[in-house]
Design a protein around this ligand. Structure first.
Ligand code: GLN
Ligand code: ZN
Length: 758
């Protein structure tokens, strides 16, 4: 009999109940007990939902992050978080956010947060020292096992395995974290013994690190650990990988001395799955239902693959989601105003469980037992394939007609820079990244307009008033290249998605990003096109108020793609090209409207990098090309800016240069301009604006501080190619600190000009 299980279920609650409970507790508006009760209720709902599953995950719930949970279970929360005392929850929140609601005083430094593999989920980075000791604490897990057992579900505790756990962390002194393996293994022994005693038969040990390009030393410790060192506590181990293919690491999984293995078939493919099935494992779990996307699975096609495997391998075959369902929204049934046809193509977490049930029944009792479900699935998929709303021949043929000249500017940077001299910019030109403070008033106008409480004319007048104010302030400050302030935008992707054909928006399709933060990525279901200009009117109005150049402000195709749920029926690169053409049209329309400087933000270009190094170049090639398609329709005189804001440029420098923007603005102030090293070493050929102040802090940077940073920059980059600007957009700041900060920034630029003027 084929069995089914899930690797994890969303813990935010169908309507983000956890978020609201967390935030109320953090703000002192509720008690710890209130929070614990909400959590208990969510777990109960989740387990009840999976009650008929052959195994149900326990330990996938978290008050913040599962890696931080693992740190607490291993007894290695940062010392600064535990030193202040309190109970487990206090220490946990202190490690997560710098303070427990019960703390008085300044709190401690929060743990560092990093993206979880190639997802938009962030985990809290474990911190290691030479003298790190592991003192396991299984109280949380054991208590949850009891809760789950009381509901009558078959439990499967979930842990992050030792190799991935160490790999995900960082050393805080110069001792190698691999050397901690000898200490961490006994801790797992103790944890497993406690789980066994609490009634577990199986334990899911996540080792997602196997989908990464590992160097020899990590591969070798993996081999020894699972070659007999990993403690045998009498529990069966399901060694679990997800998010990618195993490739050269496949043999590590095959050779692991464990009872079961799980592979993400959606991303790894059937060949790897079959070679695992051929191994001597007792159980091979195939992740056939996509845990990272919102599309219905093709159940009939899956059964074509699975039936022969079930016949050959019998009880050895288990089925699951490809990864934890944490990465998909909770329940499609809540979407009461979604277009019915489009809705019929989706499956969220709850619906994905149902897909697994149908597969199990079909394999165990024959397809006839689920005939109705299978034919409904086939109808929905057939509908999607044939829908004229998905396929727009005009868009397809436009993409097919992209010619090589479309991703090249007419001339080189030098020639363009000479043509752009007509902008009459001084040395060290000043600008900002796009958004200005979004006051409560602006937000209210936007939401009232959305709800239909105010008419278009009122809304437009309010936005124009804000633009006017932004222009006046910039005029007063003496900034060189203006922005209109982005008051009309709630989010840099949503704003464009709402105006592009091929996108659909949901009400409740939230996914955890970190802590209590959730995102609601818009969904690309069809060919993307731009029914009409999206930003021209606002920019034109802004430009009409000043003789200074007004920067047109757009989000780039790669960022729009990476921050959306993307269709799975064509390569991502094809979808990206469609978006690129839509943005290209907008860029050209802006130019035609007299806008001479246009910025196309690409902050998400790096996070789209594939997990395996060998796949990077292919991605970077099409991503850079899409960016270039979007900007290269303009004349030499039109200055193209791009903006990025994350720290590791080193390994993708070549691609950043290949984007060939006339100006790139980046976030650097926190790294004390160290980031510019990459640009210097690479000999970056175009202009750069290294952010001189950290917009995440309310502090007003001083003139000296910014002059100092720019002088450091000037040691690395020729001054004729330097711009002066903040790190990122200012939408989360208030005017009270923004104005003096920008005033100081302009003064710093003036000082630099007199220092460096020949
Ligand atoms: N133009 C955007 C803004 O200023 C850029 C935001 C970003 O880089 N994330 O808000
Ligand atoms: Zn930014």
């Amino acid at each position: 009999m084929t069995k089914i299980h899930s690797l994890g279920y969303p813990r935010i609650g169908a309507k983000r109940e956890l978020k609201f409970a967390q935030e109320a507790y953090w703000q002192g508006k509720s008690t710890a007990e209130d929070l614990l009760n909400v959590a208990k209720e969510i777990r109960k709902i989740n387990w009840t939902e999976q009650k008929d599953f052959d195994l149900v995950p326990v330990g996938d719930f978290s008050f913040y992050d599962q890696v931080l949970d693992m740190s607490q279970t291993l007894g290695v929360l940062p010392k600064r978080a535990t030193d202040l005392g309190g109970d487990d929850l206090d220490q946990f929140f202190r490690a997560a956010r710098g303070r427990s609601p019960k703390d008085s005083g300044a709190g401690v430094a929060a743990s560092e947060m990093v993206k979880w593999f190639n997802s938009n989920y962030h985990y809290m980075v474990p911190e290691f020292h030479c003298n790190t000791e592991f003192t396991p604490n299984t109280e949380r897990l054991v208590a949850q096992i009891k809760e789950a057992e009381a509901l009558g579900v078959a439990i499967k505790p979930v842990l992050i395995g030792p190799i991935s756990y160490l790999w995900l962390g960082k050393e805080k002194d110069d001792c190698s974290r691999i050397s901690l393996l000898t200490k961490i293994i006994p801790a797992y022994g103790k944890i497993l013994a406690d789980l066994k005693e609490a009634g577990a038969d199986w334990v899911q040990i996540d080792e997602p690190v196997l989908v990464m390009s590992l160097d020899e030393k990590w591969r070798s410790v993996f081999a020894t650990t699972y070659g007999g060192v990993f403690p045998d506590a009498g529990l069966k181990v399901l060694l679990t990988t997800y998010f990618g293919a195993l490739k050269e690491n496949l043999e590590l999984l095959q050779n692991a001395k464990v009872q079961g293995v799980h592979i993400d078939v959606v991303n790894a493919g059937w060949t790897e799955a079959e070679s695992l099935l051929k191994s001597d494992k007792e159980i091979v779990s195939l992740g056939v239902i996509d845990g990272r996307n919102i599309w219905k699975a093709d159940l009939n096609a899956l059964l074509d693959k699975l039936e022969p495997l079930a016949k050959t391998y019998g009880d050895k075959l288990w089925l699951s989601s490809s990864s934890s369902l944490l990465h998909v929204p909770v329940d499609l049934d809540l979407e009461d105003s979604l277009d019915a046809e489009i809705k019929s193509w989706f499956a969220f977490a709850r619906q994905k469980l149902q897909e697994l049930r149908v597969l199990r029944k079909a394999l165990n009792e024959g397809r006839a037992a689920v005939e109705a479900e299978l034919s409904a699935n086939a109808v929905a998929l057939q509908g999607r394939r044939a829908s004229t709303r998905v396929n727009n021949p005009a868009v397809k043929s436009r993409v097919a007609g992209i010619t090589p000249d479309m991703d090249k500017r007419a001339d080189t940077y030098e020639t363009r820079a000479a043509a752009q001299k007509s902008l009459n910019l001084p040395l060290f030109p000043t600008t900002t990244i796009g958004s200005f403070p979004q006051t409560a008033e602006i937000r209210k106008y936007r939401s009232d307009f959305k709800k239909g409480l105010i008419d278009e004319a009122t809304y437009k007048a309010a936005m124009q008033a804000d633009i006017k104010q932004c222009v006046e302030i910039q005029e007063e400050l003496g900034i060189d290249v203006f922005v209109h302030g982005e008051a009309e935008r709630n989010d840099m992707v949503e704003y464009f998605g709402e105006q592009l054909a091929g996108y659909v928006f949901t009400k409740f399709a939230w996914v955890q990003s970190y802590g209590s933060r959730c995102v609601k990525p818009p969904i690309i279901y069809g060919d993307i096109s731009r029914p009409k200009a999206m930003t021209v009117e606002w920019t034109k109005y802004a430009q009409s108020l000043t003789s200074k150049p007004m920067k047109g402000m757009l989000t780039g195709p790669v960022t729009i793609l990476n921050w959306s749920f993307v269709r799975d029926d064509q390569p991502r690169s094809a979808t990206c090209n469609q978006i690129a053409l839509a943005i290209r049209d907008e860029v050209c329309d802006l130019e035609a409207a007299g806008v001479r400087v246009i910025q196309i933000d690409e902050p998400a270009i790096r996070e789209g990098l594939p997990l395996k190094r060998e796949d990077w170049q292919e991605y970077l090639d099409w991503a850079v090309k899409a960016f270039r398609i979007s900007v290269c329709g303009v004349k030499n005189e039109t200055q193209i800016h791009t903006h990025m804001c994350y720290s590791e440029f080193n390994d993708i420098m070549e691609s950043i240069a290949a984007m060939d923007a006339d100006v790139i603005t980046i976030e650097t102030s926190r790294s004390d301009m160290k980031l510019l090293e990459a640009f210097e070493t690479f000999n970056y050929p175009n202009e750069i604006g290294p952010g001189v102040y950290d917009i995440h802090s309310p502090n007003v940077p001083t003139v000296e501080n910014m002059v100092d940073l720019m002088e450091k920059a000037a040691k690395r980059i020729p001054v004729e190619r330097l711009w002066v600007n903040p790190d990122c957009g200012l939408k989360t700041r208030g005017w009270a600190e923004t104005k003096p900060a920008l005033k100081n920034m302009v003064d710093a630029a003036k000082e630099l000009r007199s220092k460096f003027a020949k």
